[in-house]
Design a binder for this molecule. Structure first.
Ligand SMILES: [Zn+2]
Length: 454
């Protein structure tokens, strides 16, 4: 037998099923074998003392490219991803949404040679345009993003529009990612706050209030179940929301439940000190350490099914350009999400197996990317994150690769670091330095499984 391309020796291989000492052989960009064999290889990486996880799969990412590249673009955002250990993203941007098959083809063309990671692309569902669902799904979008409230310039779906969209996705087999805040509740709160002349950052908590999220989640989850559709609730902010969704899941709703680090680590009252640098929606809800602990418990137990960054960066200057009502929503997150999950494992909130589940396998499964992505099964893409579980570092703005140039987690010391990232067997980052090879490829969603349309 000729030598294989790459052998990673001596690592503790971590998957959702467990961990074991094994050698991982890679041939032609794919996992060839995982086990006790040490076939002769052209290149060998000694990974003794390290953990080997599937590369991160971050399915809620906004790279603003094309659209608002002064905030981020594919080269910078995906370089940040590889440095962090993320090898697959699903991207969508609100400034230049994909609403038709032509939009999708144009975006795939435009992105050729601009990505350091493999990527799927999501479409935006538009109220009254349910007829676009089937052609877009068959053209290979990963999911349909929809809002229940007009946000970032994207019109919201009321219950009737949501029902029409979900019924169409159920017929087609498509999946949706639903941003849930009730338009009438956020609208009434906004009217009241503006009438009071409020421009302090504290408005975020009243404007994007807990009831608005709960009401929209309750309606959306009910409609998903009644339509027999499949969907994900985006960025679930608190245990209360997760428990509502869990009740619909128990009744048979096919719903995945996404959350993000900002709903674990950031505190509700930080908006008063940090203002626009904590403007994202839903806002942070945790008030005390026990709130954070409860979120980790729900993630470990599977009531929160997977994690994403919801990476939506702005620079500090952009976050200062306007009052609290008008500045962009969103946080940078691709740089930090994997690190925060590894740190949670080091602190005992999760097992490393949970990290592989919630940031690789489960999101890949939710959008039809598994087992090619998010697994280490023979034949899967050899997307790997080699982790030193004992390395400690303090997160700093200066180390952020995203154009944002800052992180809400600056000053936080984390344990566990991705020391090498491989995309289809090629080294794409080492010790947090990306190689910037731009070798990432478009990966169609489940409806386009016949192959990429490019
Ligand atoms: Zn988002």
């Amino acid at each position: 037998m000729p030598d294989i391309d790459l052998l990673v020796t001596g690592a503790t291989v971590v998957t959702p099923e467990g961990r074991r000492q094994a050698h991982v052989a890679v041939q032609d960009g794919l996992i060839h074998s995982v086990g006790p064999d040490r076939p002769p290889a052209r290149q060998t990486v000694d990974a003794s003392g390290l953990l080997l996880l599937p590369g991160g799969v971050d399915t809620h990412v906004h790279l603003m490219d094309p659209g608002s590249t002064e905030r981020e673009d594919f080269p910078t955002g995906t370089a940040a991803a590889t440095a962090a250990g993320v090898t697959t993203i699903v991207e969508h941007s609100h400034g230049q949404p994909v609403r038709t098959v032509d939009d999708l083809r144009d975006k795939i063309d435009y992105l050729r040679g601009r990505s350091n990671v493999d990527f799927g692309l999501a479409a935006h569902a538009w109220p009254g345009a349910a007829d676009q669902v089937t052609p877009l799904w068959r053209a290979g979008v990963a999911f349909f993003k929809l809002f229940t409230c007009t946000t970032h310039g994207v019109p919201g779906h009321d219950a009737a529009a949501l029902k029409a969209h979900l019924q169409q996705t159920a017929r087609t087999g498509a999946v949706s990612l639903m941003h849930c805040e009730d338009e009438s509740l956020t609208g009434a709160a906004e009217e009241e706050l503006r009438a009071q002349g409020r421009v302090d950052a504290g408005i975020l908590l009243d404007w994007r209030n807990r009831e608005a999220e709960l009401v929209a989640v309750a309606v959306a989850a009910l409609l998903v179940r009644r339509a027999g559709a499949r969907a994900t609730i985006a960025h679930v902010s608190s245990p209360e929301v997760a428990e509502y969704v869990s009740a619909e899941r128990a009744r048979g709703a096919q719903i995945a439940v996404e959350s993000c680090p900002q709903y674990f680590l950031l505190r509700e009252d930080e908006v008063h000190e940090h203002g626009a640098l904590r403007k994202f929606t839903p806002p942070a809800r945790a008030r005390i350490d026990d709130d954070e602990l409860r979120m980790w418990q729900l993630l470990r137990a599977g009531l929160l099914t997977h994690m994403s960054s919801d990476h939506a960066p702005s620079t500090r200057e952009q976050k200062r350009a306007g009052d609290i009502w008008n500045v962009h929503f969103g946080l940078p997150g691709l740089d930090s999400t994997f690190a925060i999950l590894l740190d949670a494992a080091a602190r005992g909130h999760l097992a490393y197996e949970d990290v592989a589940r919630v940031y690789s396998e489960a999101p890949a499964r939710a959008y039809g990317l598994w087992p090619r992505k998010g697994s280490m099964l023979p034949g899967a893409d050899a997307d790997l994150a080699l982790v030193d579980p004992t390395a400690q570092r303090t997160l700093r703005d200066a180390d952020v690769i995203s154009k944002a140039g800052w992180t809400p987690y600056a000053g936080r010391t984390v344990t566990g670091q991705v020391v090498r990232t491989f995309l289809r067997g090629e080294l794409v980052a080492e010790n947090s330095v990306p190689t910037d090879g731009r070798t990432g490829r478009f990966r169609p969603g489940a409806g386009g499984a016949a192959g990429p349309i490019s």
